[in-house]
Design a protein around this ligand. Structure first.
Ligand SMILES: [Zn+2]
Length: 138
């Protein structure tokens, strides 16, 4: 593993860090959600790949996203920790979806398509992205 990425061996193994996802995880260490993006056509790509699936360019880099989105789907398992896993569609592009832990005070108030925002949780001492609903009252 590149020594620029300081992860515990357990975290690296569990998270499946590889060459393509190295920038993603390096961003996580700095609490930046970095998503692969084609430098030629601007298409956002997740999970990270070295070739753009839209235009086949190999000029793929990473950019930090703002962290807003909508809850595309979710599943609740009250016995699990964490109890809610979901998929968030990021504002940057229709269909740009990231799986993540959903932090909800009351899971019964979660609805499909609700607004969520990025936050960070710790997993084996590694910051990983999570999302929390945005209160409409705020
Ligand atoms: Zn492209």
């Amino acid at each position: 593993m590149p020594h620029s990425l300081k992860l515990s061996a357990a975290a690296a193994r569990d998270l499946g860090v590889d060459y393509d996802s190295l920038e993603y995880w390096t961003g996580c260490l700095q609490k930046q959600l970095r998503i692969a993006r084609c430098r030629d056509c601007g298409y956002w790509i997740h999970f990270p790949r070295r070739i753009c699936p839209k235009c086949w360019s190999a000029e793929v880099g990473v950019e930090e996203v703002v962290g807003g989105g909508r809850l595309y789907t979710f599943a609740v398992d009250a016995r699990a920790t964490p109890p809610v896993m979901g998929v968030v569609e990021l504002d940057e592009q229709q269909g740009l979806r990231v799986p993540a832990v959903i932090l909800a005070g009351d899971v019964h108030r979660l609805t499909l398509d609700c607004r969520v925002e990025l936050t960070w949780i710790s997993y084996n001492d590694m910051p990983v992205p999570a999302f929390t609903p945005v209160d409409k009252g705020r």
